[in-house]
Design a protein around this ligand. Structure first.
Ligand code: OGA
Ligand code: NI
Length: 339
């Protein structure tokens, strides 16, 4: 079997890591060096004091680029169902899953493995199902029809996640001292993509990644992670820290486009997923993306009338193509747009 081009959620128990997944020694995760006492801020969106929420959001975006939210309005029931149907999908027979397999990043629905199989030199211990999700009536019909409940559950989940994302963008706008709808207006009719990630148990987790260090190319990411199995790590002041699974919480991070729009005040930080020997881990990432022809340009309030813009203007379509033309763990894509 050609490992390079096949999914790894195949039920095979590997006793050693295939060499195409082995990272050179200096690039390995050094799992024991990541402290388990430090994690990212948790923000209660159910709090009645909106000013306090906005202040906490601003602090988290400036200092971490990552935070968890609780009382966020996405129902616990739909979060549970989403994780369960994701698990069922990855347990379908190989032949069924392989019908959806593709390595073309511009397909609107595909199952794939690792991250960018055609470009990368070392593979990652991950399979993923990637879906476009907005507008729903355009994309949901092409989603998997097996499991039979997949479309219904994922549709409901997507609607609730989008509402949360738009609310967060408003609060993030305000935390930057901008009009509530400022970010939303610049991003235009936002796209929504989903990556359902499946990280099988890995025979030698010290030697590889589920996802290597990367920054997300979109505007805002909302991650539902396995409630039991940890794996997400975030770079904070040059050190890796873990994001503890917290039941009923969602993990939020700033993507490259909010870094650009905030004129660099908020950071799209490096993060990675590590794997473990015993348990499979699932995560569901929802990405809010600017519309393709949105011009990403920091508002003048943040650039002293345009004179101190940190990045040159570009369209999201241009950025997204550049991102996929490169390797995930290369230099930050946004660096290429620096003034
Ligand atoms: C991603 C991502 C982290 C995780 O899909 O972009 O960073 O924990 N996922 O799966
Ligand atoms: Ni990511």
């Amino acid at each position: 079997m050609l490992l390079e081009t096949k999914v790894i959620s195949n039920g095979i128990k590997y006793s050693t890591l295939p060499t195409s997944y082995v990272r050179p020694a200096p690039e390995r995760p050094k799992l024991s060096e990541v402290p388990d006492w430090e994690t990212v801020p948790v923000i209660d969106l159910g709090c009645e004091d909106e000013t306090f929420i906005i202040q906490q959001l601003g602090d988290a975006c400036r200092n971490y680029g990552f935070f968890q939210v609780i009382n966020h309005g996405v129902s616990e029931e739909i979060m549970e169902k989403m994780l369960k149907v994701a698990d069922e999908f990855f347990h379908l027979p190989m032949e069924e899953k392989m019908k959806l397999y593709s390595e073309d990043p511009f397909k609107t629905m595909r199952l794939s493995t690792s991250s960018n199989v055609k470009k990368e030199t070392v593979h990652n211990w991950r399979d993923y199902l990637r879906l476009h999700c907005y507008p729903l009536d355009k994309y949901a019909p092409e989603w998997p029809s097996n499991p039979s409940t997949f479309k219904e559950i994922v549709s409901k989940y997507c609607i609730q996640i989008r509402n949360l994302g738009l609310r967060l963008e408003q609060a993030i706008s305000e935390s930057l001292g901008l009009e509530k709808d400022c970010i939303k207006n610049i991003l235009g009719q936002q796209g929504q993509h989903m990556a359902i990630n499946y990280y099988p148990p890995c025979p030698e987790p010290e030697l590889t990644y589920g996802l290597p260090a990367h920054a997300d190319p979109n505007a805002l990411t909302i991650l539902l992670q396995d409630t039991q199995v940890a794996g997400l790590q975030v770079l904070k002041d040059g050190k890796w820290i873990g994001v503890k699974p917290l039941s009923n919480a969602l993990v939020i991070n700033i993507g490259d486009q909010l870094q650009a729009l905030s004129n660099g005040k908020y950071k799209s930080v490096w993060h990675r997923a590590v794997v473990n020997a015993d348990k499979a881990r699932i995560s569901v990432a929802s990405f809010l993306c600017p519309c393709n022809d949105a011009v990403i340009s920091a508002p003048k309030e943040l650039t002293i009338d345009g004179s101190s813009a940190n990045y040159r203007d570009y369209t999201y379509a241009e950025y997204y193509k550049k991102f996929w033309d490169r390797n995930l763990d290369q230099q930050h894509c946004l660096e290429l747009y620096k003034n």
